[in-house]
Design a protein around this ligand. Sequence first.
Ligand SMILES: C[S@@+](CC[C@H](N)C(=O)[O-])C[C@H]1O[C@@H](n2cnc3c(N)ncnc32)[C@H](O)[C@@H]1O
Length: 410
Amino acid sequence: MSRNNIQPPQGDLKDLAGLPKRVNLGEQKKRISGQVEAGKAHIEGDMELGKKLVTALRSSGDFQRATQGFHSYPARLHPEAARLMLEAIPGKDLADPFCGGGTILVEALIAGRHVYASDLNPIATLVSTARTALLSPEQLERLGKELDDIHLKAAQSLDEKRNVHLPPTILKYKSWYKSNCFNELACLFDAIQNYESELKPLFQAVFSSLVVKYSLRASDTSNKVVYIPRKNGTVLRAFKEKSKEYVTQLAELQTLVPPNTDAAQITLADARHPDFAKVDTIITSPPYPGTYDYLPLQQLRSAWFELNMRENQEIGSRRAFKQVKAAYERWLKDTDAWVAASAKALITGGHLAVVVGEGVQSGKTLRVAKPTIQAAEKAGLKFVTSASVDRHDPATKQKKIEYILVFEKV
Ligand SMILES: C[S@@+](CC[C@H](N)C(=O)[O-])C[C@H]1O[C@@H](n2cnc3c(N)ncnc32)[C@H](O)[C@@H]1O
């Protein structure tokens, strides 16, 4: 089976239940943003800024702060890299049109910025919303209580073997779970769906953080089947622990964000047509060409939540790179389109910073810096700096360069 065989969310995976153990259903390469050895660095343009950005690119190690550790998301930026970029590019606002799991948004709130963000992926906006929630002490206390309540209700449903109502989409994916884990997730899901609260998206995010971990999938970025024995009650216990951890992380976030900082405005939108107002700073990390299939990777979560994934609008997807030349040309056009849209959203004197890395397909390196610089110049932005660090990709044993490119609207 090919490495790209990530099943689309509509797919019925029932037939996979009969497969032998540990079947490789296609593994995605791990992106290495900000997490690897210090490679050779290169700076062009503004040296002082470039040096700061090289330090950002070289961020590594464990960095747990506020909600940064809550919920996995593919190709997450290193939080310290986000913090250092915000420090190097001062401003009042921060917009991120490819917000993913919200790493930059959390750091921007802590820096007291007005935050605007979007992504095409509803799981990205769910996770970002949960990671940036600004709550009053009363709301925070209520969140803890309501999560406990949900846990209790789910445990009761399970004990009483109550019939719970589930979306037909997830029933098609039942074979991705051991039955005890599925039943516990089902009871939690039902308890959340029936809970009247404005905090419901936060409950859903806690639930979402368990959906892949307690399935037969090896990880968020791999469809490899792994059978890990799970005792009855494991998922319910994990929900309780995760809830507690999340409330603690959110409490820390509230203490770090300066008073009077507005809540982040997060919307579901295509970066080629963003809907945020004029801003002074955009810092973002678009999909690297051919590196991930962000939307299909969320197939289990989208099945639980019955989400429409709009897969054909995803930029730079790995599956499109089965035809390398055509897909790369498409990526170049998409880069022109989103950079032009971002340039439009900037005020004069505002900055766009792009974290982007090369892809490797069929032994060929897909260049990203020159086309992004050209796209910015076409959109009327002035080149300020390019900072880059060489990465070694263990999967292809090739060098891939990762960049932070900064432009100014003049
Ligand atoms: C490199 S990831 C961003 C990761 C993020 N910086 C973080 O730290 O979690 C790229 C994101 O682009 C999103 N994406 C892909 N195509 C898009 C499009 N046309 N419009 C908006 N977002 C898109 C993907 O869903 C993914 O979340």
